[in-house]
Design a protein around this ligand. Structure first.
Ligand SMILES: [Zn+2]
Ligand SMILES: [Zn+2]
Length: 95
């Protein structure tokens, strides 16, 4: 089973599988399958005109707003989870 592809193989940001040209959708300098270009929260199909992304994860505008902007904090948006995820590097520029 030897299959060789010509040129570069591109991986989908969402599912990490190879994206072929016919299925390719580029947003925010990241590549997705057209089928993978949907809201992580409600699985609703997104358009280039109305998507939002956070660290490569896609959200529709209402959910992005709901999850990030309204609370202003990623941690607060997921109530009921006691664990607090902090970045590896500590940022203490502002206080
Ligand atoms: Zn994909
Ligand atoms: Zn959504």
């Amino acid at each position: 089973m030897a299959t060789s592809f010509q040129g570069t193989t591109t991986k989908c940001t969402a599912c990490d599988k190879t994206v072929y040209l016919v299925d390719k959708l580029t947003a925010d300098n990241r590549v997705y399958h057209k089928a993978c270009f949907r809201c992580h929260h409600c699985k609703g199909t997104l358009k280039l005109a109305n998507y939002n992304s956070f660290e490569g994860v896609l959200y529709c505008r209402p959910h992005f707003d709901q999850l990030f902007k309204r609370t202003g904090s990623l941690d607060k948006s997921f109530e009921g989870t006691p664990k607090v995820v902090k970045p590896e590097k500590s940022v203490e520029n502002e206080g």
